[in-house]
Design a binder for this molecule. Structure first.
Ligand code: HEC
Ligand code: HEC
Ligand code: HEC
Ligand code: HEC
Ligand code: HEC
Length: 192
């Protein structure tokens, strides 16, 4: 009698318990890993601006708004007057455009929530990467499909280095086109 109960417990409950423990562990492991890497961070923005609409459907070039990517460190978030090139006319009566217009009229910066952010001790320069032909999606994913921007790639030191080590093999066409080199691995390149 006792033996069969124990037998049953071992054959049925033990595997189920192990399975539950394993699933719980993996879910919390991956959730906390993503949190640490900032993956999935998707704050609500002060104006409901959609990349899917502007950069996707309407096909506006990224650099029309992010004017810094080919020039220096910062990509630059456009000021309201860039939006007003169109929205002084387009969709003027919509609530989100009325909000936009009041920021513009009061000459206040739009308080966009920053999404991708390296710690202060890291040096990063957009132009070096973009002018070598690396596309935005290599680091930011398919932003033109995002109604609301989220971080989809990790920017841990190991991620920077993984690309720096393999760049010429990973992008052979860019090597011929732009003379793409390996990225630096020495500490002082990124920590100045
Ligand atoms: C019409 C202007 C406009 C165009 C075109 C545009 N963006 Fe943006 N972008 C913005 C604004 C405004 C924000 C800040 C609000 C937000 O996050 O949606 C932003 C935010 C971003 C962010 C997040 C910045 C952060 O805080 O980390 C990324 C990445 C980005 N854009 C990439 C792109 C890429 C890639 C393209 C082209 C496929 C593009 N954008 C086209 C206006 C634009
Ligand atoms: C090149 C012209 C152009 C620029 C620049 C532009 N937009 Fe737009 N935007 C449009 C057009 C056209 C629509 C309507 C598209 C549609 O609904 O098919 C639109 C739609 C929108 C909407 C949705 C409005 C609604 O119907 O509720 C918002 C919000 C918006 N834009 C915000 C912005 C912001 C913020 C910027 C600047 C970062 C910006 N736009 C820059 C042309 C532009
Ligand atoms: C090699 C990777 C890489 C590529 C390629 C890249 N970015 Fe970035 N981007 C980053 C990193 C890293 C940050 C955070 C920088 C920081 O915190 O100093 C960032 C931040 C941003 C930001 C917000 C802050 C800022 O710098 O103004 C925007 C907007 C942006 N990128 C747009 C773009 C666009 C548009 C392109 C393509 C033309 C692009 N990025 C290509 C890695 C990249
Ligand atoms: C998708 C590939 C890729 C990723 C991801 C990437 N890099 Fe680079 N990076 C390169 C390449 C390629 C070069 C060398 C370009 C050349 O000179 O040919 C480079 C050059 C650099 C340089 C030297 C030029 C300068 O600005 O002084 C620094 C610093 C740098 N990267 C920092 C970073 C940091 C920090 C990250 C992570 C947040 C990062 N990179 C992510 C490909 C990448
Ligand atoms: C290609 C750019 C790059 C190079 C080269 C690089 N780092 Fe980093 N490092 C980063 C980035 C990005 C971060 C921030 C993200 C993170 O913590 O992984 C960082 C973070 C760090 C941190 C803080 C870690 C923490 O947990 O807060 C230390 C310490 C560090 N790096 C040391 C070094 C040393 C030592 C070297 C040389 C052997 C080096 N790094 C080379 C990009 C780089």
């Amino acid at each position: 009698m006792k033996k069969t109960v124990l037998d049953y417990a071992l054959r049925v409950y033990l595997p189920i318990t192990l399975l539950i423990v394993l699933v719980t562990y993996s879910v919390t492991y991956f959730a906390s890993r993503n949190e640490r890497y900032n993956i999935g961070y998707q704050p609500t923005q002060p104006i409901n601006f959609s990349h899917e609409l502007h950069a996707g459907k309407m096909g506006i070039d990224c650099q029309y708004c992010h004017t810094g990517v080919a020039k220096g460190r910062q990509a630059v978030i456009p000021a309201a007057n860039t939006c007003m090139n169109c929205h002084s006319v387009a969709r003027k009566d919509k609530p989100e455009i009325i909000k936009l217009t009041s920021f513009y009229n009061e000459d206040k910066p739009i308080p966009w929530e920053r999404i991708h952010k390296l710690p202060e001790h890291v040096y990063f320069n957009h132009s070096v990467h973009v002018n070598k032909g690396l596309e935005c999606k290599e680091c930011h994913g398919q932003v033109q499909n995002m109604a609301k921007v989220a971080q989809v790639k990790s920017f841990m030191m190991s991620d920077c280095l993984a690309c720096h080590r393999s760049a010429p093999e990973k992008y052979p066409h860019l090597v011929n086109l732009t003379g793409l080199k390996k990225g630096p691995e020495n500490c002082s390149a990124c920590h100045r």
